[in-house]
Design a protein around this ligand. Sequence first.
Ligand SMILES: *Cc1c(COP(=O)(O)O)cnc(C)c1O
Length: 407
Amino acid sequence: MRIFQNATQAALAMRPDDPVYCFRPEVLKADARQFMEMFPGKTAYAVKTNGEQLVLKTLVEAGVKAFDVASPGEFAAVRAVSPDAEMLYMHPVKAQSDIRLALEKYGIRVIAVDHEDEITKLTRVVRALDIDPGSITVFVRIQTKGQAAYELSKKFGAGPAYAVELAQRLQRTGYKVGLCFHVGSQIEDPDTYDRALASADWVRNRVGFPIAGLDVGGGFPAEYGTDPASKKPPMPSIGQLMSRLRSDIAAWNFDKMPLVAEPGRVIVARAFSLVVRVLLRKGRRLYINDGIWASLSDSWTGKLTLPARIIPDPAIRSRNGNEKTIVPFKVCGATCDSVDILSRPFWLPETIDTGDWIEIGHIGAYSLSLRTRFNGFYPDTFVEVTTPFEEGEAPQGLATVETMAAE
Ligand SMILES: *Cc1c(COP(=O)(O)O)cnc(C)c1O
């Protein structure tokens, strides 16, 4: 992989017409280590966020020893980078053959359920393989209510009273029983974990035996741009959020038991930026060589404002407007599909034109993992970059309120 100091150097050296992923291994390691230092329990990286080998390998180098996995493909991806990393199989709805593979071939001993039929499947496999249920920790996934860009409780989770029943049933069969929740991705309200902990406490107080642990899931927000037109209050920093979570955990008396978190987005978002090219500027619209069917689907469904910075093509000799004037551009994707238009604008200098590049920052989560080959476009070019997106020469158009205010 070619190495550059920053994305601007990569773009000017390569003059790429295809999107280029700029990977920052040192940023990934720093963010993983920061999370592990702040969270008072086991950190299990959620592989679905970005399961690239180079990401998993770098996380192992950073000291990540546990991974949240959901499928045979993810079991294999983790095993390929580490012979002894622990895997937590936290998908509540599983094929029986996948459960068997997890237990038999991969030695997985941590699993999540939210329905009695999932317990039946698990127990069938456990009996067939003659495994002691006492060697397996089963987390009962509890339904939660909260504010997140992605609300997941509509899809998974047992209501609190049913969770009590499931827990008791698991305990009678001989499993170790924990409780877990996943509040959704990119939470937008700092009270979210507190409410989920209150539900977990309600269940814990009624099961009638000591639970083996609590898994607080993922959802920790990554930093993105801030839309200057938005009225949403800014989220607290991850440091503030984690100290709040630690005090909530203690207030609900979960601090004396084994804890697990399954962060995805917050660990990997900053580790990648993406260099795209403006194929055409049409008024206030930019047609770029990536889109919702490639790297940008998460920003579309999550309605995220992505931080973006122009990399001007030096070959363009004359420009209209003032490079200090930052304006919103509607962004159209590479495919012929009419829905392939981003749900949030990019804030960029009004001088941007056909042929310029844009570096989109903090794009490591749910970007390359969600790429499709739709319409024949499949971005797959990687370079390594040694400085963080935020650093280097002054950004000419970074879509944050801070930069706007400083103008
Ligand atoms: C997707 C997922 C995660 C990771 O979520 P982030 O918001 O990226 O932190 C964690 N746990 C489970 C069960 C998930 O489905």
